[in-house]
Design a protein around this ligand. Structure first.
Ligand code: IPM
Ligand code: MG
Length: 360
């Protein structure tokens, strides 16, 4: 199979972790005789520095032409004071919108060998296996009006949380679809005791659920969800939620997996005529400028994202399963980076990538 992939390393540790994810893709291509064509592009802070824009037109063109895009991370401290429009993060939001990847899948597993990496008690996290389905191209991240109107003490900042029925429906279908291949349970997260937006969300989710009578549906308020994620994580199978709630809850859920460096993600949109999903694959973690360039970052989130790409964009189930199995084997071997608090000396980013390749 031809795998035409755009790689956008982005900022900070993005470069290091995508290098290891690419190394794993090469190993897979070698073993299963696929033809890998890689193109590199600019996104985020590095793109602002080189072109003036966080999402250059050239990157938009490359992403539209590629079968799938692998992304590292975006964000640089020198832009901390910049307005949203001029920040590296704007590049990420723009490419998600441009590709129409409305469903962000963030699986969270507590690997048996990694229970001690979590600050939580083993008996709480043990057996955790959920997937957060985060709506990705709507809600308060994109709603208008937005902005700051300067007026002394009356200076006002506005953001708008908006969803249409269609936007809620398509991401809900994705969640129910995924639940069918799992434990058949969807938990929809909202704040319907306060927000109209969430009331519509809940109404549409209930309607969609009628088409999936074999899947159990429950609803939970986002504040309670934040607590239940820690108290009783095993109660969750598929967690369906809107953009900002999903952003916040997925960082929290990372604690269950031992480190945010562990979490992969797949952002997918509609299916192409071939049946493959349009996809953008990125680890959940950020650019971590404090450890960038030190060969310390955990590449497993990026490597897992590459595995998700094989599955969703290329339909390569066996290859994707091989990546997951290799990640699990490396975790078991104890060859892990410092964030996972290994008993012995921590492994480097490159060592972990090489170990995953060797295990495939
Ligand atoms: C994420 C990140 C992004 C988001 C940032 C970098 C814009 O936190 O993917 O979770 O908020 O979506
Ligand atoms: Mg986030």
């Amino acid at each position: 199979m031809d795998l035409n992939i755009l790689v956008l390393p982005g900022d900070g540790i993005g470069m290091e972790v995508t290098a290891e994810a690419v190394r794993v893709l090469r190993r897979i291509a070698d073993k299963w005789h696929h033809q890998l064509s890689l193109t590199n592009g600019l996104l985020g802070g590095i793109a602002i520095h080189k072109t003036g824009s966080p999402f250059p037109e050239e990157t938009a063109r490359l992403a539209a032409a590629a079968d799938a895009t692998l992304l590292g991370a975006v964000g640089l401290p020198e832009f901390d004071a910049a307005p949203p429009e001029k920040r590296p993060e704007k590049g990420l939001l723009a490419i998600r919108k441009a590709l129409g990847v409305y469903a962000n899948l963030r699986p969270v597993r507590a690997y048996a060998s990694q229970l001690d990496s979590s600050p939580l008690k083993n008996h709480l996290v043990e057996g955790t296996d959920m997937i957060i389905v985060r709506e990705l191209t709507g809600g308060i991240y994109y709603g208008t009006p937005r902005g700051i109107t300067e007026n002394g003490a009356e200076t006002r900042a506005v953001n708008t949380m908006t969803y249409t029925r269609a936007e809620i429906e398509r991401v809900s279908r994705m969640a129910f679809h995924l639940a069918r291949a799992r434990r058949k349970k969807v938990t929809s997260v909202d704040k319907s005791n306060v927000l109209e937006n969430s009331q519509l969300w809940r109404r549409v989710v209930i309607e969609v659920a009628k088409d999936y009578p074999d899947v159990e549906l429950d609803h939970i308020l986002v504040d309670n969800c934040a607590m239940q994620l820690i108290l009783n994580p095993r109660r969750f199978d598929v967690v369906l939620t809107e953009n900002m709630f999903g952003d916040i809850l997925s960082d929290e859920a990372a604690v269950l997996a031992g480190s945010i460096g562990m979490l992969p993600s797949a952002s997918i949109g509609d299916r192409r005529p071939s049946g493959a999903w349009v996809g953008l694959y990125e680890p959940v973690h950020g650019s971590a400028p404090d450890i960038a360039g030190q060969n310390k970052a955990n590449p497993l989130g990026a490597i897992g994202s590459a595995g998700a790409m094989l599955l969703y964009s290329f339909g390569l189930k066996e290859e994707a399963a091989a990546v997951d199995a290799a990640i699990e084997a490396v975790l078991k071997s104890g060859k892990v980076t410092a964030d996972l608090r290994p008993a012995g000396a921590p492994a480097t980013t490159e060592e972990v990538g090489a170990a995953v390749c060797a295990a495939i």
